[in-house]
Design a binder for this molecule. Structure first.
Ligand code: NAI
Length: 455
């Protein structure tokens, strides 16, 4: 679905008119296909403490990305003197050594001096220490404050710039690499104001093929014949994964044509059927277990609670939640996953903010978040991860059918003033499914351009 207003505001006349009228000015985001490669990016790095080991590991992680340059503006006075010319693609600030709230002045100093030097579609990455693992009360208070800071900074950003906070204690370079790579690239274009918790213990991973990270990985995508699921399936193939597309038997034709076009296998199966877990266990058994399982299939049956039928409640909760749980449990109990497998679930902003007429849907999507939280520790022990994405307003056939005024409100009520594309959701899922994302566990990542709903 094309966004004509976005196209208009990106013309000279449109920009002038919307400025005069004080209207939102969505900026054309830089995604994978129009991305500035990492080896052409200048990244500015700063820290509360330049000597501690965690910071050295962060430098090492950034250095492995092959950036054009890594600069130190707050200690290199020459670089500061750029006459406000936008010279950086990203600002990365390490606040993990922040001990007391009063020292947060260092945050102010760094961003006050450097934020104007960030180019359009820039990236801001802040690192903090997980509050629950802080050594003192003062430190915990100081580190919790980072959440308010980054959310506000993300709201101040203009022209496609995004800002996120990574909470990490361990600090090893290998833990950070896939996340830094994702956040610095156009793959994270529609993600802003998010907290990313690197919670799992370290894992030994072999050498990573960064171009085709999913090569030889057996990836199952449910609801893959249209919408977001189709975008996920396309990206999985692009990243080298062995694709298994699943959809309901009624969609068999579309499913088979998708599978054929992408060189994957088609599985016509209703995830909520009694035999679904055993069927997927059996198929997984023939390929040495699933490496990645993406629970994307979902349905809506919208009605206010007073008018909703019992059937609509049961069906939505069964497809969106219970089926996922039954499949996960069966595969977990009977070794249906490979070592270090990844599970990614699709929740929704509706599950976070609630939505009129969607009590059943919002219940199921909020419960998916609960499921991720409840399973993450068990999976950590097995060297696996489970995470969820919560899409906001995504330009699909479903949102295209919403009446124009409501659709316009949905599109603009976020910090990027535009709807996301199905591929934006797919990119986040691909990062969570990445073999190097072993530390990203138990996260709920909103793909909503920092929607005001549920913020
Ligand atoms: P869609 O309706 O276009 O696609 C869903 C796919 O799942 C369809 O191919 C459908 O046949 C399949 N499916 C439904 N029930 C199934 C079952 N029992 N077994 C197997 N396959 C089944 O939906 P869309 O928009 O692509 O959404 C995908 C996911 O993203 C859903 O979980 C949805 O709740 C979620 N989501 C979508 C948002 C949006 O703006 N489109 C916003 C937030 C979340």
């Amino acid at each position: 679905m094309s966004d004509r207003y976005l196209n208009f505001t990106n013309t000279k006349f449109g920009l002038k008119l919307t400025s005069m009228l004080g209207l939102p000015q969505p900026y054309q985001l830089r995604r994978r296909d129009s991305d500035i490669p990492l080896n052409e990016q200048n990244v500015a790095i700063g820290s509360v403490d330049y000597r501690n080991n965690a910071f050295k590991e962060l430098e090492a992680a950034l250095n492995t990305l092959g950036l054009s340059s890594l600069e130190y503006p707050s200690i290199n006075k020459g670089v500061e003197n750029t006459g406000d010319k936008a010279v950086y693609h990203a600002l990365v600030f390490d606040a993990r050594a922040l001990q007391r709230p009063i020292d947060s002045i260092q945050l102010y100093d760094y961003f006050n001096k450097n934020i104007r030097l960030l180019q359009n579609c820039g990236r801001i990455i802040l690192l903090g220490r997980t509050p629950e693992h802080c050594e003192s009360r003062d430190q915990r208070v100081a580190q919790t404050g980072l959440q308010g800071f980054i959310r506000s900074l993300a709201k101040e950003c203009r022209k496609g710039t995004t800002a996120q906070l990574i909470y990490d204690n361990n600090g090893k370079a290998a833990r950070l690499q896939s996340t830094l790579r994702f956040l610095l690239s156009g793959d994270s274009a529609y993600v802003s104001g998010q907290m990313i918790w690197l919670q799992s213990k370290d894992s030994t991973i072999g050498s990573i093929n960064w171009e085709l990270p999913l090569r030889d990985q057996k990836v199952l995508v449910t609801g893959a014949s249209q919408g977001i699921g189709l975008a996920i399936a396309e990206l999985i193939t692009k990243l080298g994964g062995d694709l298994y597309c699943l959809d309901i038997p009624q969609n068999q034709k579309a499913l088979e044509s998708t599978a054929m076009r992408l060189g994957g296998e088609a599985i016509a199966l209703d995830v909520s059927s009694d035999h679904a877990p055993e069927t997927l266990l059996e198929i997984g058994g023939k390929i040495d277990g699933w490496d990645v399982l993406i629970h994307n299939a979902g349905i809506t049956r919208d009605k206010t609670i007073a008018k909703m039928s019992e059937k609509d409640w049961i069906q939505v909760v069964d497809v969106n939640l219970a089926a996922q749980q039954r499949i996960n449990d069966c595969l977990l109990e009977q070794n249906g996953f490979s070592k270090g497998a990844r599970i990614v679930c699709v929740s929704s902003i509706s599950g976070i903010a609630g939505n009129r007429g969607q009590t059943n849907y919002a219940y199921s999507k909020a419960a998916v978040i609960g499921m991720v939280e409840a399973y993450s520790q068990t999976l950590d022990k097995k060297g696996m991860t489970i995470n969820a994405v919560a899409p906001g307003f995504i330009e699909t056939a479903m949102t295209g059918a919403i009446p124009l005024t409501v659709r316009e409100a949905g599109r603009r009520l976020n910090s990027l003033s535009q709807g996301g594309q199905p591929r934006d959701v797919a990119e986040v899922i691909a990062w969570l499914a990445h073999p190097a994302s072993f530390a990203v566990n138990g996260n709920i990542i909103r793909v909503c351009g920092q929607s005001l709903l549920g913020a």
